[in-house]
Ligand binder design. Sequence first.
Ligand SMILES: [Fe+2]
Ligand SMILES: [Fe+2]
Length: 202
Amino acid sequence: MILHMIDRSAVERLTYEYGGDWEVNHARRLVQTIAAIGKGLAYDQEVVWIAAHLHDWGSCPKWAKEGVNHSVKSKTLAERYLQKAGYPPDRTALVLEAIEFHHGGSEGRSTEAILLSDADALDALGVIGVLREFAMLPCEYRGGYSFPTVLGLRDAYERAQMRKDNSFRMLRLEASRKLARARIKEMDRLFAQLQKETAGCF
Ligand SMILES: [Fe+2]
Ligand SMILES: [Fe+2]
């Protein structure tokens, strides 16, 4: 029997080309998180690996378009890529479903799709979730340094606080909720310390 395998280094290279370290490491974290929350579940590991790498291609500078949902764009790009790579149609369908619904939105999703959306929501929680939120502040270069422009630390802080509820609500697996509770505890500790150090001036 020939097992069809995707060229993982080619996928990683393309993910890096489109989204740099940000995207590649986001994908790697999702793969790790899925291994943790998927323990004891039956799922196709290669399908989730591929979906983790391709799911945000549509949000990368080369492909992102105002008014176009990045999940839909990523799905189109993935379909094209996997077809060209001769990936089996049944497994391609699983990858595409996981990509299309990686921010939720469909009942009765496959285990692979649930694992991807749970892992993606978990990436917005904990220390990594906070750092991501602060890294996403729009910045400009002045005198050799990068400074936040219109929005400041308060804005990133408030968005990170909102994620605690919004991302938690997205989770479908009990193992994900357990991990999320631990991550939220870390966020609360970090924010309490921030408040203490700054007396709210941030
Ligand atoms: Fe996304
Ligand atoms: Fe993502």
